[in-house]
Design a protein around this ligand. Structure first.
Ligand SMILES: CC(C)(COP(=O)(O)OP(=O)(O)OC[C@H]1O[C@@H](n2cnc3c(N)ncnc32)[C@H](O)[C@@H]1OP(=O)(O)O)[C@@H](O)C(=O)NCCC(=O)NCCS
Length: 218
């Protein structure tokens, strides 16, 4: 399980002991988050849902599919201040994922999301060995745009009808951040093989060696 420390936060996988606090976070911030998120089914606000979700988060991480983290304030460890979700991890010649994030209303304006994502991005680039993290925001979501700017994301364009937010297809600004100096490490050479990931008689050793961290089996 992942656990990162920053000056004011513990940024980590959720545990069963967090079920009550993450459910409280979801309920208390329902109205605040609604303009920026998909419609949430009523089950989203129940402990049963979060018990299942937190268990799945760990499972998905070990299957190399996602890294979903809770932001826990050091000064208030029984509370969830926000979430940061790196999802849709794709390997092969892409080595990329999507990023989504949100804070509880009462924690906005303190620099906590920038602090948390700084540590999480470092982990995702260094330990998970991803090359690209992609994040999208509604054009009017200036706070979200500012977070990404501070973290060194670059704007890549506007995608029409990109995400179903509040029940409506909405245009989004696309951004991404690349790993500072990604070079294939030992066992990752297959990524730059002329044969791609395909097993072929011409490059059996490249295609066969899938043991590098970029294609981790946990
Ligand atoms: C997007 C969101 C996470 C941004 O939150 P945020 O608090 O503005 O972002 P940060 O945590 O990086 O904090 C930056 C702010 O804290 C301030 N700040 C205060 N103390 C600080 C400190 N010690 N260090 C750094 N910044 C500090 C900064 O000046 C800045 O405020 P300003 O923009 O008013 O100048 C939040 O608005 C949110 O959850 N919105 C709803 C969900 C959402 O939109 N998610 C993203 C969908 S794309």
């Amino acid at each position: 399980m992942v656990r990162l420390e920053t000056r004011r936060l513990i940024v980590r996988h959720g545990r069963m002991a967090d079920v009550a606090s993450i459910t409280r976070y979801a309920r208390e911030n329902q109205e605040f988050l609604a303009p920026w998120e998909p419609l949430r089914h009523e089950t989203w606000f129940t402990e049963d849902y979060w018990r299942m979700r937190l268990a799945l988060d760990v499972q998905e991480y070990y299957q190399d599919q996602s890294l979903r983290l809770l932001l826990i304030p050091r000064q208030s460890p029984g509370e969830v201040a926000g979430v940061a979700n790196f999802t849709n991890v794709l390997r092969g010649s892409f080595q990329a994922c999507h990023l989504g994030y949100a804070l509880a209303a009462r924690y906005v304006g303190q620099g906590l999301m920038t602090e948390a994502l700084g540590a999480a991005l470092d982990f995702v680039f260094r330990e998970m060995r991803l090359h690209r993290v992609m994040a999208a925001h509604l054009p009017e979501n200036e706070r979200s745009a500012a977070v990404l700017r501070r973290l060194g994301f670059q704007k890549e364009g506007l995608a029409r009808d990109y995400l179903l937010i509040g029940g409506r297809w909405r245009d989004h600004v696309l951004n991404s951040k690349l790993a500072p100096d990604w070079r294939p490490g030992p066992g990752e050479a297959f990524l730059v093989s002329p044969c791609g990931n395909a097993v072929s008689p011409e490059c059996p050793s490249d295609a066969g060696d899938l043991s590098g961290p970029g294609s981790r089996v946990f």
